[in-house]
Design a protein around this ligand. Structure first.
Ligand SMILES: C[S@@+](CC[C@H](N)C(=O)[O-])C[C@H]1O[C@@H](n2cnc3c(N)ncnc32)[C@H](O)[C@@H]1O
Ligand code: SF4
Length: 485
């Protein structure tokens, strides 16, 4: 489920402090600190590390010309992934941090689909051949706000402009409260084989406070519908840190969610940034749980999912059934982190299609214009809609690999990472001196220059990764990032 550069992904990282089902290799050390002490020390604002450098460092030095060149130099034999962003919804949930807006008329929805089609043709033309595609992800917003024939037409275009690999994952985000009548037919025609259902919370008072009324029955009916189409891979999204949630109530929501038997559950901390997302001003700050309550809620959900549901913790905020590809990737150090969160997708390039969509190419990151008018203006005149981006330096690549290893594997072998990048390990080793307080607090364990994050450290993965971030002023708390705890 994934907005481009969503504000919570890997986001507000409060998590269970101590888990029973600990990952065997690293989970032996528990912190001697209380949750309150840990929160007092580590609550702050740190990036989510769905990219490195992070999106606030994208700038206009990288624009359409660079993207044009980068597309033309993609390696012919490497697969790519596609992310298509649909920034429309039938209504705006108060908590939503996605790049979306309410658009109910069919004409602008069709007009936008036509822009996606033009951008796909433009990108495929610049690549200059039918490149293999291993993953397609439809995110938003709510992708099914596009008319069914537009969705299937766009998928057909992807199939003719690219070579969709036979085992390609084709995923879509669904709002169980807003399924169009022709949804089943369109999803089947599109060849969708994974869906993410937005749930958030099942408690009626919480739902009322966040402007999202969604019964268990509607969610269950949606899960049944997609299963009936043969789609077994179902992800759920839950959020903690919302108004009126308690440790007990979120555990109850998690228990109810178990009945849906999803293969993966994402557990996001509510990112409250009303200065960026005006709809969130409908949620008064005074009724939000405090950092310690958030921390305990995250832990309570984790306990239900792991101990009662048998899920395995994956990275910062995901849970997956044993045997699920994400759980396998996590245990075999093959997990990746992208703007879509944790993924099994190992393709070296992700092409973002649509307003605000972010692409990641071997040379660096690019982001399309955020507003639909600005995006459409560029695309309709036959130009790429790149508004900003960043080219990666050798130091960025090394630090990116280190941060990804920490966020995904909970482990980073600093000398090996440097060797793999033919780089001097000194900058990583210097940065790792900042890990001392994490080690003293039982959140990391260092064996020589290999960093292991303990199970107690899992909630603080972002803070630990931040140690290696050269763009961060380590003496300053930056308000533009999401709350760490
Ligand atoms: C694009 S939406 C999901 C698809 C669909 N529009 C829906 O709402 O069901 C992706 C997910 O982002 C998460 N999300 C949105 N805003 C958030 C916020 N401010 N903080 C944390 N998670 C958020 C929710 O879990 C939501 O299900
Ligand atoms: S339906 Fe989904 S994308 Fe739309 S406002 Fe609600 S959470 Fe955000």
């Amino acid at each position: 489920m994934r907005c481009p550069a969503p504000i919570w992904r890997a986001g507000s990282a409060d998590a269970g402090l101590i888990h029973i089902n600990e990952a065997p290799s690293v989970a032996t050390s528990l912190s001697h600190m209380t949750p309150a002490e840990l929160i007092a020390r580590y609550d702050g604002r740190v990036p989510r590390y769905t990219s490195y450098p992070t999106a606030p460092h994208f700038n206009t030095a990288v624009g359409a010309d660079a993207y044009h060149e980068w597309l033309q130099s993609l390696a012919p034999a490497s697969p790519i992934s596609l992310y298509l962003h649909v920034p429309f919804c039938d209504r705006l949930c108060y908590y939503c941090g996605c790049n979306t807006g309410v658009v109910r008329r069919e004409a602008p929805r069709r007009a936008y689909a036509a822009m996606l089609e033009r951008e796909l043709r433009l990108v495929a033309g610049l690549i200059g051949r039918r490149q293999t595609v291993s993953h397609v992800h439809w995110g938003g917003g709510t992708p099914t706000t596009l008319p069914g024939d537009c969705l299937t037409g766009l998928m057909d275009l992807i199939r003719t402009s690219f070579v969709l690999s036979s085992d390609a994952e084709i995923a879509i985000e669904l709002d169980p409260t807003a399924l169009p009548a022709d949804c089943c037919a369109s999803l089947a025609d599109m060849g969708i084989n994974r869906v993410s259902l937005g749930v958030q919370d099942f408690k009626p008072t919480v739902q009322a406070a966040i402007g999202r009324i969604q019964s268990f029955e509607a969610t269950e009916a949606c899960a049944r519908l997609v299963r009936g189409m043969g789609v077994a891979a179902i992800n759920l999204d839950l959020i903690y840190g919302l108004p009126f949630q308690t440790e007990l109530s979120v555990a109850e929501t998690a228990r109810t969610a178990l009945r849906l038997d999803a293969s993966r559950v994402a557990v996001f901390g509510y990112a409250h940034v009303p200065w960026m997302k005006r709809n969130q001003s409908l949620i008064p700050e005074a009724i939000l749980p405090d950092p310690q309550a958030r921390f305990e809620q995250r832990a309570a959900i984790g306990r239900v999912l792991e101990e009662e549901g048998g899920y395995l913790a994956v990275g910062l905020d995901h849970y997956a059934r044993p045997g699920d590809a994400l759980a396998d990737a996590s245990s075999h150090h093959r997990l990746h982190r992208s703007f879509q969160g944790y993924t099994t997708d190992a393709a070296p390039a992700l092409i973002g299609i649509g307003a605000s969509a972010i692409g990641c190419l071997p040379q660096g990151y690019v982001q399309n214009a955020t507003s639909v008018p600005a995006y459409s203006a560029a695309i309709s005149s036959g130009m790429l809609a790149t508004a900003r981006g960043i080219a990666l330096s050798p130091d960025d690549r090394l630090r990116r690999a280190t941060i990804e290893a920490i966020m995904c594997d909970l482990e980073a072998d600093l000398p090996s990472l440097a060797a793999a990048h033919q780089a001097d390990p000194a900058p990583l080793l210097d940065a790792s001196a900042r890990l001392k307080r994490f080690a003293d607090d039982g959140l990391v364990r260092q064996e020589g220059h290999v960093v292991h994050v303990t199970e107690a450290g899992r909630p603080f993965l972002r803070n630990i990764a931040a140690v290696f971030d050269a763009y961060l002023d380590h003496n300053e708390v930056k308000p533009r990032h999401a709350q760490a705890v």
